[in-house]
Design a protein. Structure first.
Length: 368
C-alpha cells in the first residue's frame, strides 16, 4: 500500500475513533438521564438501569458507527483540501478516485460489523430490553414501592406511599394506598405491611392495624372499616408470568424478532424491519463514499457552507431510508423496490459528484 493510502487510512481511523467516542459518551449521558428519571418515577427498577443502558447502546451502535465513519471521511478529505495537501498528491499523479480504495478499506469492515449488529445483536438486545420491562411489570406492587415515594401501578389504579419500617419483620412502615375499583374508590391506611406468599404462588400484601375508607363516586354511599389484618392480591403466578408466555410477549415486538423469523413472516411489518436491517450497512458504505466528493472543496471558499451541505445530504439519506421503511410497513411501497431504491439513488449521486470533480483537471505544463 502506498504512502498516500496508508496516511489516509490512518487519519480516517483516528478521526473515526474520536467521533465515535464523543457520540457514544453523549448518547450514554442522555440515555442514563432518561433511564434514571424513569427509575425515579417507578417506571423501571433502579437495579436494571445499567443493564438497559448497555442493551440500548447495542441497538444504537449501527447509527453511531455510520455517522462516525461519514464524519471521519468527510473531515479527512476536507482537511487535505483545506491545507493544500491534495495539491502535492495531484502533482504526484493521483486523483480524487484514488481516495476510493483507502475509504473502502475502512468502510467495509465497519459495514460488516454493522451487519452483525443489525441482523443479530440488535434484535437480541431489543428482546433483552423488553424482557427487563416485562419482568418489572410482572413484579409485585410492593417491589415497586420505595419508602418516601408515591408509586403508581396498574396504570394508575393503585397508588402507594410507604414509610421506612420501624419493627423487625415488617417490610414497610406506615402505608397509604389508593385503590380504584369498578364501583368504589378506596383509601387504605395501615401501621405496617409485609408480603405473604400462598402455596400456589399467589402473593398478597398484608396490612396490619389499619383503616379502609370506601366511597362510591356519584353516590352518597360511604363505608369505613377498621381491621387488624387486611390483604389484597399483588400478583398471581399463573401462565402469564411463565417463561414461555414472557417470550411470546417479547416476540410481539417487531424489533426483538430474530432476522430468520422475520423472513418467514409474510407481513409488511416484517418486511419493513428486514429492509431497515439491510439498509444500515449499505448506508454506511454509501455515506463513506459520498463523503469523498462532498469533502473535496475549494480551499478558498468558506468552510461552513460545505459542511452544512454534507450534513444535510447525510440527514436526507437516513430520513429517506426511514421513510421507505414506513411505506413498506404500510404497504405503500413494494419491498423489492424499497430495499434498494434510496441506496441506488445516492450511489448514482455519488458517481455523478465524483465525475463532476474529476472533470476539473490541473492545467498541463507547457512544453518547452
Amino acid at each position: 500500500m502506498s504512502l498516500f493510502k496508508r496516511s489516509v487510512v490512518s487519519e480516517i481511523l483516528s478521526h473515526a475513533g474520536v467521533v465515535f467516542s464523543t457520540l457514544l459518551v453523549v448518547w450514554l449521558s442522555v440515555l442514563l438521564v432518561r433511564l434514571l428519571g424513569e427509575a425515579a418515577n417507578g417506571t423501571i427498577g433502579a437495579d436494571v438501569v445499567f443493564g438497559l443502558a448497555a442493551f440500548s447502546s447495542i441497538t444504537a451502535l449501527p447509527i453511531i458507527l455510520s455517522v462516525s465513519l461519514f464524519i471521519a471521511v468527510l473531515t479527512t478529505v476536507t482537511r487535505n483540501f483545506r491545507e493544500s495537501e491534495m495539491v502535492v498528491w495531484f502533482a504526484s499523479g493521483l486523483s480524487l478516485k484514488d481516495w476510493v480504495y483507502p475509504v473502502l478499506r475502512c468502510a467495509v469492515p465497519v459495514a460488516v460489523l454493522i451487519s452483525v449488529l443489525t441482523l443479530l445483536a440488535s434484535p437480541w438486545a431489543y428482546s433483552q430490553i423488553e424482557e427487563y420491562r416485562q419482568r418489572f411489570e410482572q413484579r409485585s406492587d410492593l417491589s415497586k414501592v420505595s419508602a418516601g415515594q408515591f408509586i403508581e401501578t396498574q396504570d394508575g389504579a393503585r397508588v402507594f406511599f410507604a414509610e421506612e419500617p420501624t419493627s423487625p419483620g415488617d417490610e414497610l412502615g406506615k402505608v397509604i394506598a389508593r385503590v380504584i375499583d369498578p364501583e368504589w374508590l378506596s383509601v387504605v391506611t395501615a401501621n405496617s405491611a409485609h408480603v405473604q406468599q400462598e402455596p400456589n404462588g399467589d402473593r398478597f400484601l398484608v396490612l396490619d392495624k389499619g383503616r379502609r375508607y370506601d366511597l362510591k363516586p356519584g353516590h352518597n354511599e360511604f363505608r369505613l372499616f377498621d381491621f387488624e389484618r387486611y390483604g389484597f392480591r399483588l400478583e398471581s403466578r399463573g401462565a402469564a408470568s411463565s417463561p414461555e408466555a414472557l417470550r411470546a410477549i417479547v416476540e410481539r415486538q417487531i424489533k426483538a424478532r430474530p432476522t430468520t423469523q422475520l423472513f418467514h413472516d409474510n407481513t409488511d411489518t416484517a418486511r419493513s424491519q428486514i429492509m431497515w436491517r439491510i439498509a444500515m450497512p449499505l448506508a454506511a458504505l454509501n455515506l463513506a463514499l459520498l463523503a469523498i466528493p462532498l469533502g473535496a472543496v475549494n480551499p478558498r471558499l468558506g468552510r461552513s457552507g460545505d459542511i452544512l451541505i454534507a450534513g444535510l445530504v447525510g440527514l436526507l439519506y437516513m430520513n429517506l431510508v426511514n421513510l421507505s421503511r414506513g411505506w413498506i410497513g404500510n404497504g405503500k411501497l413494494d419491498f423489492g423496490i424499497g430495499v434498494w431504491l434510496v441506496h441506488a439513488a445516492f450511489s448514482a449521486l455519488m458517481v455523478y459528484m465524483m465525475w463532476r470533480k474529476l472533470r476539473v483537471r490541473a492545467p498541463r505544463e507547457r512544453k518547452k
